[in-house]
Design a protein around this ligand. Structure first.
Ligand code: SDX
Length: 377
């Protein structure tokens, strides 16, 4: 193996693409989207504005934002084929599996599906971003035996998602919290699902194919699936649990603590810093402050035992739970936000494309003699 100094399991530190979409400083714990600090965006921006920023690498003017909002609103409905699928999907299926199938099905109904120009791909990206929240909310209604709620088309994606999920208009606070969740999850460099998306794009497959693959990649617990796993862990605790012993026990058994650690951040994930504050406020509001307190206790043990900090998925779980959202929807909501980042990378890859095709180091045997099956022992 020493002949292959570039062989790295997990491709750690390998720069595979250049990009203008986001910048991460893992040592300092800094993140910016196309030049704008994540904290500034989380405090001042909207998800729609961030979508524009990621797709165009600049902020929109008022007219451009109004136009994008109008298109994102108009495109929120789902085709009948997808609605029928959601009505007939197994209610016990994982939302991420249903989302993956439904997003793939959207290609069937998209007249521009094979049109590969930048302009057509951007139009498809906007449609995918508009329709993803509707899919997630509709499946959640169906699996809970409720009628699907059509988009109100009155307000932002954050507002309409909560409206379609709960069947009633959300308040300003809930809408703003959802908007912040979407902004903070929108984009994050060459994470596993974005890498998947760009690799699929690089074969010159359509954007529906690329984001369907990305959803599959996000689903795993080492990536986006961690937020659901965090809440399952918190729900397994009770007031009598000795959290220090609980975490130490897991570490001794070599189990990973979900929502901790990161390939790039060697310090606090800046998104986790922001979501931590939201988790504290919201859990208090709904009398579930214990979730926040347990989370802080886990953060402390992880720092002491492993010197590892929380990532985006840790405190977001408490934020979602405090909003009354079921744990198995968290990864799907992550996907709904990341659709903007995936599609932005798709457009960037398309503009400067080369097939992604790394090499493999073969470790098996060579030059074996072939015997017919009858003569093999
Ligand atoms: C996301 O890449 C992105 O940008 C992703 C993301 C995005 O926005 O797209 O930020 C979103 O995916 C966040 C990560 C969500 N996943 C989890 O929370 C799952 C738990 N975390 C991990 O398993 C882990 O930290 C990873 C998968 C996130 C990163 O894995 P690496 O870089 O391959 O690190 P590693 O597994 O090789 O760990 C290095 C060391 C090991 O210890 P030693 O063997 O060196 O003693 O750190 C330890 C690990 O055991 N470690 C952990 C740990 N994470 C790392 N130990 C216990 N619990 C953990 N969570």
């Amino acid at each position: 193996l020493s002949q292959y100094p570039y062989l790295d399991k997990g491709l750690e530190g390998i720069v595979a693409f250049s990009s203008r979409k986001s910048k991460i400083d893992g040592a300092k714990g800094e993140l910016s989207y196309a030049g704008y600090d994540i904290d500034t965006l989380a405090r001042n921006s909207t998800f729609e504005e961030v979508c524009f920023l990621l797709w165009h690498e600049r902020l929109p003017n008022k007219q451009e934002l109004d136009e994008l909002n109008a298109t994102l609103t108009a495109e929120r409905d789902l085709p009948e084929t997808v609605l029928n699928y959601l009505r007939s999907a197994n209610p016990k299926s994982e939302p991420m599996a249903v989302l993956r199938t439904a997003v793939s099905m959207l290609a069937d109904d998209d007249e521009e599906v094979l049109e590969m120009s930048h302009e057509a791909s951007l139009r498809k990206s906007i449609r995918l971003t508009a329709k993803t929240p509707t899919i997630i909310a509709a499946f959640d209604r169906v699996r809970n035996g409720k009628e699907i709620v059509a988009p109100s088309k009155k307000n932002s994606i954050a507002f309409d998602f909560l409206y379609m999920l709960n069947g009633e208009e959300p308040g300003e606070n809930a809408t703003r919290t959802m908007d912040v969740l979407l902004i903070t999850h929108a984009e994050h460099g060459m994470n596993a699902s974005t890498f998947t998306c760009r690799s699929i794009c690089a074969t010159l497959a359509d954007v529906h194919a690329a984001v369907t693959g990305a959803i599959g990649s996000l689903k795993g617990p080492l990536h986006g699936g961690a937020n659901t796993a965090v809440m399952n862990m918190l729900k397994s605790l009770d007031p009598d649990t000795d959290i220090v012993a609980f975490i130490k026990g897991k570490l001794e058994r070599k189990e990973k603590i979900m929502g901790f650690g990161h390939r790039v951040y060697k310090t606090y994930d800046p998104r986790a810093k922001f979501l931590r504050l939201l988790a504290q406020d919201l859990s208090k509001e709904v009398d579930m402050e214990y979730l926040y307190e347990w989370s802080e206790a886990i953060v402390k043990v992880m720092k002491e035992e492993k010197n590892i900090d929380p990532n985006v998925d840790f405190f977001s779980a408490t934020v979602y739970y405090s909003m009354g959202i079921e744990p198995d929807l968290y990864t799907a909501i992550f996907a709904m936000a990341r659709m903007s980042g995936w599609t932005a990378h798709y457009l960037e890859q398309l503009g400067n494309n080369r097939l992604i095709r790394p090499r493999l180091l073969y470790l098996g045997e060579t030059d074996l003699e072939y015997f017919p099956v009858e003569s093999r022992s």
